[in-house]
Write a protein of this length. Structure first.
Length: 659
């Protein structure tokens, strides 16, 4: 018994001694930790230097794990400073506080050691991707149009001539400038005599030097997010492009003059060239183009050949019907865009009555127009009108909510069709997506949408303009997407009869506290991709009809409580809201079908989740701060078809089986 007591006393004494050492030896441990933190910071600085030099020199892209490691190092350095400050403020005789700090120091040392080990990056810093000149843009074969073939040869010869650094392609909207430039782009990719890179930038009417710099940096895999000064950004771009091998930079649809030096484009470096397309030859000249080529409308013969090509070989016309069809083609005034769009809308039509009807519609809508560019709008509207199916028309008009020149992901677009109830309802999510793809294919076949690749589509700027004319009355849209706006539209612009509003891709950071639009009929509000930080409570008070609210890619920290009153909401999209920490109760949002919370700082799911009985899609992916998912939640979401949960949280198989 005595021996047992002696052992116990000895163990207690050793434990007490260790605690005292932990308590009163923390200054020394802190000095050791400080040295390790400094070494870790130096390693991070070296890694950042290598990343910058290699990205600029080769255009290679850093691995996500490298980016994540650098972010963790920054956080750990901040945590260390906080810990050091706590130590300075703790009195020497405060045993409990110093004991707690000693525990934190020990824990941080383990984390720092782990970061040091991870920072060796034995597998390298960069993605192991195949070096390519670029990605092809065209998906269709170019047939006929001898004038355009001649233009292609001319532009190609100029680009291959060492003395011609800047080449301009100009002509009216819809005449085929972009098509010509796309073929040049793809020919450069495949031509063995061109040993260099090809970069394509869509400029658009509302561009700026800052936006152009961002777009060029994006295709170079160059990060300019922390560089605000325009001259410094230009210098970074200049350095990055100059270190590349020979390149051709294509700026498509330039509306105003930009000084090449201010953007940061090093013309002539290693034989590098600039090709621009514009509606104005003056813009080409002011941007230094010594060689300009005008893309003109097609002659009557080529226009008819292109029209027949778009009708397809399966459209067999009688002699009488062909006469009417030729009259339809003539009204397109030789503009390829009008010919392609109108021909696509009449594909498969052989009945002469339908052709006469289309001709009459075109004649009536074309009355009063006297310039070629205006004449194309009645042709485009006729093609839209001939869709006949209201479902196709609704889905097409929705595409106009995106900015001009935006390459729209098909899956994202179809998701919006579903959320907006624009299509017929199917039993499963997969069936709905199949229907969505079929609709996009029909719109492509009607030449109202362009397929960029298997994953993205685009709408031509003139076709988009036509869609915006349609949506100026019924249904009524307010579209101010991608206009570089810094402020929300004035309250008088928020009309009561608006159906959809798109303010995506702007620079709006503040919503005035007095702004409370009375938009009772509003079904869709898109504010994504704005540096928006705060939304006042009053903003949503008069939007009770809202079905889709898209706040993705904003910097809001808190979602206002007024959102919890939007009882008709079908989709609440909050993906990539990195600063978001709090959501109001969702108890009343029983109509919600999609909730996207991917990437944020939310620690716990909002109250009322179990009430979302109609929820079909729930994305909780990459919610790294989420501490737990309430037990028994998923079985209550009986309609759930798609579920994404964070990797660090586990969901019991039994619950998943009950979903």
């Amino acid at each position: 018994m005595a021996e047992m007591m002696s052992n116990m006393v000895e163990k207690l004494a050793n434990l007490a001694s260790e605690m005292i050492r932990d308590c009163y030896g923390i200054e020394g441990k802190m000095r050791v930790l400080n040295s390790e933190i400094q070494a870790l910071g130096n390693r991070a600085a070296d890694v950042s230097t290598v990343l910058h030099e290699k990205e600029v020199l080769t255009g290679r892209k850093r691995k996500r794990e490298v980016k994540g490691w650098l972010e963790k190092v920054t956080v750990k350095k901040t945590e260390f400073e906080s810990l050091n400050q706590q130590l300075q403020q703790t009195r020497f005789y405060n045993f409990s506080s110093r004991l707690h700090l000693g525990s934190l120091i020990k824990e941080m040392k383990l984390e720092v050691d782990k970061l040091v080990e991870c920072g060796k990056f034995a597998e390298g810093l960069f993605l192991d991707v195949c070096k390519t000149k670029g990605r092809p843009l065209m998906t269709a074969e170019w047939r006929g149009q001898r004038a355009l073939e001649q233009n292609l040869k001319t532009v190609w010869a100029w680009l291959m001539n060492e003395g011609d650094l800047q080449v301009g392609v100009y002509g009216m909207g819809g005449v085929g400038k972009t098509t010509l430039a796309m073929h040049i782009h793809d020919k450069l990719l495949t031509d063995p005599t061109f040993n260099g890179y090809v970069y394509w930038i869509y400029v658009s009417q509302d561009s700026s030097i800052h936006k152009l710099q961002n777009d060029i940096a994006h295709v170079l895999n160059l990060d300019l997010s922390n560089v605000d000064n325009e001259n410094h950004r230009a210098a970074r771009l200049f350095e990055a492009l100059k270190r590349r091998n020979r390149f051709v930079l294509i700026l498509d649809d330039v509306w105003e003059n930009f000084e090449i030096e201010k953007i940061g484009i090093p013309l002539g470096a290693n034989g590098s060239k600039l090709l621009i397309t514009s509606r104005s030859v003056d813009v080409c000249n002011r941007m230094g183009c010594k060689k300009n080529i005008k893309v003109d409308v097609l002659c009557e013969k080529e226009a008819w050949e292109l029209f027949l090509n778009k009708l397809g070989s399966g459209t067999k016309l009688s002699h009488e019907t062909e006469k009417v069809a030729k009259d339809v083609a003539k009204i397109c005034a030789g503009l390829p865009l009008g010919i392609i769009t109108m021909g696509g809308s009449m594909r498969g039509v052989t009945d002469i009555h339908e052709w006469r009807d289309a001709l009459e519609e075109l004649k009536e809508s074309s009355m009063g127009t006297n310039d070629m560019e205006t004449e194309v709008f009645p042709v485009l509207f006729c093609s839209f009108n001939r869709l006949r199916d209201p479902k196709l028309q609704r889905c097409f008009l929705y595409c106009s909510l995106y900015p001009e020149g935006y390459r729209i992901p098909r899956e994202e677009l179809i998701g919006k069709f579903i959320s907006e109830d624009l299509m017929d309802k199917r039993k499963t999510r997969q069936a709905n997506f199949d229907q969505g793809h079929a609709i996009l294919n029909k719109l492509e076949n009607a030449s109202l949408l362009e397929r960029i690749d298997n994953e993205r589509v685009m709408i031509h700027d003139l076709i988009r303009d036509m869609a915006l004319r349609v949506t100026s009355s019924d249904p009524k849209f307010m579209v101010k997407a991608g206009l570089q706006l810094y402020e929300m539209p004035e309250e008088q612009d928020w009309k009561e009869d608006l159906d959809k509003i798109s303010l995506m891709c702007n620079k709006i950071s503040i919503i005035a506290h007095c702004l409370s639009p009375k938009c009772h009929k509003l079904s869709s509000l898109i504010l994504r991709r704005n540096p928006l930080e705060v939304i006042p409570e009053s903003f949503f008070l008069h939007m009770h009809g809202l079905q889709v609210l898209d706040l993705s890619h904003t910097w809001i920290q808190v979602l206002p409580n007024s959102v919890a009153e939007l009882e008709n909401l079908n989709a609440l999209l909050l993906a990539f809201c990195f600063a978001l920490k709090h959501l109001p109760p969702l108890t009343k949002l029983t109509e919600l079908k999609e909730l996207d919370l991917n990437k944020n700082q939310i620690k716990e799911l909002p109250p009322g989740m179990q009430n979302l009985i109609n929820l079909k899609c729930l994305n909780l992916g990459d919610m790294s701060s989420l501490e737990m998912i309430p037990a028994g939640l998923f079985p209550k979401l009986s309609q759930l078809e798609r579920l994404i949960v964070p990797d660090h949280l586990q969901v019991r198989g039994k619950e998943m089986e009950q979903c």
